[in-house]
Design a protein around this ligand. Structure first.
Ligand SMILES: [Fe+2]
Length: 150
């Protein structure tokens, strides 16, 4: 899928224009790439091949977790792969980037052998639109998926 990519850190922008990278803070470093990330809308259990089943992010939405008890929250759990991705030094998910309505909101870096290929973002409860995720595999590249939140 076509997208702007930071030449310094590899962050993929889902916006049309980007001047400063929100992850590494470098300025004027974006270049358009035709293969910025893998994107496939599908019924993951029926259509995906084995590589896709290990890399396409999968969502679970939890409405209330009580981590922030004084505020409504919407927690979007993300796991990399319907078949959970390995987390070995030689083959692992290095990071997961979160976007809300195409804007960067969070980047989570992973350490292999300790962390599972999964994380959660704690959104404020009144956010509406789409949460998008790009997970990066050190061998198989970047994989996108999105989910509607209401
Ligand atoms: Fe992989």
């Amino acid at each position: 899928m076509r997208g702007l990519v930071c030449k310094m850190c590899g962050y993929v922008s889902l916006s049309e224009v980007e001047s400063q990278c929100p992850v590494c803070k470098a300025k004027d470093v974006f270049q358009m790439k035709e293969d910025a990330y893998n994107y496939k809308m599908l019924d993951i259990e029926k259509i995906a091949n084995e590589t896709e089943k290990k890399h396409i992010p999968v969502f679970t939405i939890v409405k209330k977790c009580d981590l922030i008890p004084e505020s409504e929250c919407l927690d979007v759990h993300v796991k990399i792969g319907e078949v959970t991705h390995p987390m070995l030094s030689e083959h692992c998910i290095t990071e997961i980037t979160f976007y809300v309505n195409n804007k960067f909101v969070e980047n989570v870096m992973f350490t292999p052998n300790i962390i599972n290929a999964a994380t959660v973002i704690h959104l404020k409860g009144d956010i509406i639109g789409k949460v998008q995720v790009i997970g990066n595999c050190n061998l198989h590249g970047k994989w996108f998926n999105e989910v509607c939140i209401k």
